[in-house]
Design a protein around this ligand. Structure first.
Ligand SMILES: Nc1ncnc2c1ncn2[C@@H]1O[C@H](COP(=O)(O)OP(=O)(O)OP(=O)(O)O)[C@@H](O)[C@H]1O
Ligand SMILES: [Mg+2]
Ligand SMILES: [Zn+2]
Length: 469
């Protein structure tokens, strides 16, 4: 017997089998139990998430000879014929190859006749967005008021290409991307059924490659099984799929956070020696930083993050000592490097420099802290008393190593600023006859205009905050 790929072999045959689309299954089964079944359905969503499968399940449930009314029995002749794709009452049309107005006219003529065996004549048009404008227009009237024995089910990945007139005549169901955990659970079920042992981490890698699509995940699993046979090793999976080992990503991010320049350069060396694409590594690193930033910003990330529990726990631990500001600056560097890499002949160099920069960024001082510091200085100056300056976040000021600056009141400050110059002038003039108050005043005024850095006792390290005048 010819080999059937896993995606086809394990096509869901009941609503209960449909993974990750529980809301749609519930809505459809409720409609059937209450007898409120629309005459036209539109199934939209990304590739490989169960639209065509659901259309077939719905067709079976509607025409099943002995089903419960909500789920197909999958054993009666009607169900078996639909599963095999040769039921006379179910017309499965490929929208991409029957795009013209003549095809729709032919369809209209066919559906006028009563179903041969089942309750309904069901028209499934897959990839319906490919129909021409004229074909859509020819369909409008029938779609508005079809004969009572006709049900339309349309499936498409691109609902925005459908005319609004078609959209408004259909009951629309949006299929979601399937969460990673659910894909992994389904893959586990399938490998158990196939009697192959694959580790959970390898299945995680396969599921992640699916990127929310069950068909893509199953096709990847097929490829892995063809390559590895019954003995699937994590390293083989990683090298076959060209995905970057998660451990290397974690090590690199840890080196950045530890400000370990040698560590980040060594990570790039490893990326090179494993033959991974520098750009893909950068993209995966960006994804990791995104997760860390979300973990930092949101207490309950819920559906924002699509990760296995073990990995989530690990990343939460990693995110704990980090700050959101630093993470955002590092992400900005990675985004810039990633776009530069696309054009550069030296992607390794671009990545190395970006990671080095990320690992050596000085810690940010929040603007709020700076303002607070300014305010405390201002308060001290206004009140005329000494005031301690607050240390800034990340500015590890210890009391012993750096005593707080003391700002004297303005009047006293001015006197202190002028005192050394006054003394110098007085010394100079004491050798000559006393020049008189007016001359001394003018000389003093001139020296104070020169704005030399103050040498007062209280400003040993700082320039004056206010002009000495
Ligand atoms: N929700 C799901 N639960 C279980 N398996 C699924 C699901 N979605 C897809 N699959 C698997 O992927 C295969 C393809 O699914 P299906 O043809 O329904 O996808 P689709 O949404 O129509 O995709 P496309 O838009 O590419 O036509 C199925 O045979 C099944 O093995
Ligand atoms: Mg499909
Ligand atoms: Zn049946």
């Amino acid at each position: 017997m010819s080999y059937l790929v896993l995606a086809r072999k394990y096509r869901p045959q009941t609503f209960a089998d449909l993974v990750g689309q529980e809301q749609i299954s519930r809505a459809l089964t409720n409609a059937m139990t209450s007898g409120r079944i629309a005459h036209a359905f539109l199934f939209t969503g990304a590739r490989g998430v169960g639209k065509t499968s659901s259309a077939r399940i719905l067709a079976k449930a509607l025409n099943c000879e002995q089903g419960s009314g909500t789920e197909p029995c999958n054993v009666c002749p009607a169900c078996l014929e639909i599963t095999a794709g040769n039921a006379v009452d179910v017309l499965e049309i490929d929208g991409a190859s029957n795009t013209g107005v003549d095809d729709v006219r032919e369809l209209r003529d066919t559906i006028r006749y009563l179903p041969a065996r089942g309750r309904y004549k069901i028209v499934i048009i897959d990839e319906v967005h490919m129909l021409s404008t004229n074909a859509f227009n020819a369909l409008l009237k029938t779609l508005e008021e079809p004969p009572p024995h006709v049900k339309f089910i349309f499936a498409t990945t691109e609902p925005h290409k459908l005319p609004i007139t078609i959209l408004s005549r259909c009951q629309r169901y949006d299929f979601k991307r399937i969460p990673l955990k659910k894909i992994v659970a389904r893959l586990e079920e399938i490998v158990r059924h196939e009697k192959i042992s694959v580790t959970e981490s390898a299945l995680n890698v396969v599921a992640r490659k699916g990127d929310g699509s069950m068909r893509d995940a199953l096709s990847t699993l097929d490829q892995v099984l063809a390559f590895c046979g019954d003995n699937v090793l994590d390293e083989d999976v990683a090298s076959l799929l060209g995905v970057v080992d998660r451990r290397l990503l974690l090590e690199t991010s840890q080196a950045i956070f530890a400000r370990d320049a040698a560590g980040v350069l060594d990570a790039v060396r490893q990326v090179d020696s494993f033959g991974y694409s520098m750009r893909q590594f950068c993209q995966e690193l960006m994804e990791l930083f995104r997760v860390l930033a979300i973990l930092k910003a949101v207490k309950q990330p819920g559906e924002l993050l699509d990760l296995a529990d073990a990995e989530l726990a690990l990343l939460k631990q990693q995110a704990a000592p980090l700050t959101l500001d630093d993470l955002q600056r590092q992400i900005t560097l990675l985004i810039k490097a990633e776009s530069e890499m696309a054009l550069s002949s030296f992607p390794r160099l671009v990545l190395e420099m970006a990671l080095l920069r990320a690992a050596t960024l000085p810690p940010v001082i929040p603007i709020g802290d700076l303002l607070e510091r300014l305010k405390s200085l201002e308060r001290g100056v206004r009140s005329g008393g000494a005031s301690a300056v607050l240390p800034l976040a990340g500015e590890r000021l210890s009391v012993a190593s750096s005593p707080p600056l003391v700002v004297p009141p303005p009047a006293r400050r001015r006197r202190l600023l002028l005192r050394p110059r006054f003394q110098r002038l007085r010394r100079r003039h004491s050798r000559r006859p006393w020049p008189g108050a007016a001359t001394l005043g003018a000389a003093l005024w001139r020296t104070s205009r020169r704005r030399r850095p103050a040498s007062g006792r209280f400003w040993s390290t700082d320039t004056p905050l206010v002009s000495p005048r």
